[in-house]
Ligand binder design. Structure first.
Ligand SMILES: C[S@@+](CC[C@H](N)C(=O)[O-])C[C@H]1O[C@@H](n2cnc3c(N)ncnc32)[C@H](O)[C@@H]1O
Length: 321
């Protein structure tokens, strides 16, 4: 399998000879009028002039190589021009939903999802662009569509959370929300900035948009142990990880991670973590899957409190006569 799947298979099937030549010329002119983030090869030499970030993107593709996309349902977050959504479709996904929420009034060089819509038409793609869906509010915003398709009822098979975590003020909230729209056993493909020199579990704050590196859109860079633990605390287990952009010039590099969504577990603390009333961001359907606490069980909350607050801490001394 090629690292980058071919995107223009349907275009080549549907358009041939003169028709294709004319359509390519029109497409190329439109492509060149716009600003692009992703470099997308639309066939016959029509390539969107995006950034040259192949090292970063190929690192994610290396991790993605271990994931089966055939007939899978995929949610692509922060999709922008849609490279990862179109590639998911080309890899055989049956449903691809692509979401984003930034527009040109936030950043003049951002085309919203406009470029993605152009490419969708050009490729005869079936991806479903969903505009204005923030990664911190997925469950609520997607609840209108998830129950409407048998393939989505239990959640997506794959969530692509790429180049996004460090942009978010509340990264844990977005991980909980990603978990809340994945089925148990589903796959998270994550790519983010990490602090590679810190071996402790620590989150580095990009204070003033400058402390870690000069980028006002970056809030955080976790150390690798911290990223793993954040995923663990969000009902994921890490399967594989791979670094890119490792350089002596900076403590920050990038990590691509494959993680599996684990089912809510009957362990002390999970009900607290999943409680929608406490604002941890898992939505309100995961908690309903936990069995109620059995006071007789050695794993019960009663046993936990007896151990955590032994009798001598709870008993008030008798007042002296
Ligand atoms: C670095 S680009 C990554 C694009 C694509 N996912 C990739 O990995 O190639 C960041 C994406 O996240 C979105 N984004 C940036 N800041 C965000 C924020 N605070 N909340 C939600 N989305 C944000 C942008 O619209 C953009 O699509």
């Amino acid at each position: 399998m090629e690292l980058i799947p071919r995107l223009d298979a349907r275009r080549s099937q549907r358009l041939q000879g003169k028709e294709r030549a004319i359509s390519d010329a029109i497409l190329k002119a439109e492509v060149m009028r716009r600003k692009w983030y992703h470099r997308l090869d639309l066939g016959n030499g029509v390539v969107t002039p995006g950034l040259k970030w192949e090292e970063l993107w190929n690192n994610t593709r290396q991790i993605r190589g271990g994931i089966d996309y055939i007939n899978k349902t995929v949610l692509d977050l922060g999709s922008w021009d849609g490279m990862w959504a179109f590639e998911a479709e080309a890899l055989g996904a049956s449903i691809v939903v692509a979401s984003d929420c930034i527009n040109h009034w936030h950043f003049p060089w951002h085309q919203g999802m406009g470029n993605q819509l152009l490419v969708r038409e050009a490729l005869y793609s079936d991806i479903i662009p969903m505009w204005n869906v923030p990664p911190t509010n997925l469950r609520h915003r997607l609840d209108v569509m998830l129950p409407s398709h048998p393939g989505l009822k239990r959640g997506f098979d794959i969530v692509q959370h790429l180049g996004l975590l460090y942009h978010l003020r509340d990264p844990m909230l977005s991980l909980a929300q990603a978990r809340a729209v994945l089925r148990d056993g589903g796959t998270l493909l994550l790519e983010t900035a990490v602090h590679r020199l810190d071996t402790a579990s620590a989150m580095h704050f990009n204070s003033g948009g400058k402390a870690i590196y000069d980028d006002f859109t970056t809030w955080w860079a976790p150390s690798l142990p911290c990223l793993r633990e954040m995923l663990g605390a969000s009902l994921f287990t890490v399967v594989k990880e791979r670094l890119s952009y490792v350089s002596d010039a900076s403590p920050i590099c990038r990590a691509a991670v494959q993680a599996t969504a684990v089912a809510p577990r009957d362990v002390v603390g999970e009900r607290y973590n999943l409680d929608p009333g406490l604002g941890h961001g898992f939505g309100d359907h995961l908690i309903g899957r936990l069995p109620y606490n059995d006071p007789q069980s050695p794993n019960s909350l009663e046993a936990y409190y007896d151990q955590r607050f032994p009798a001598h801490l709870r008993e008030r001394p008798e007042p002296e006569a």
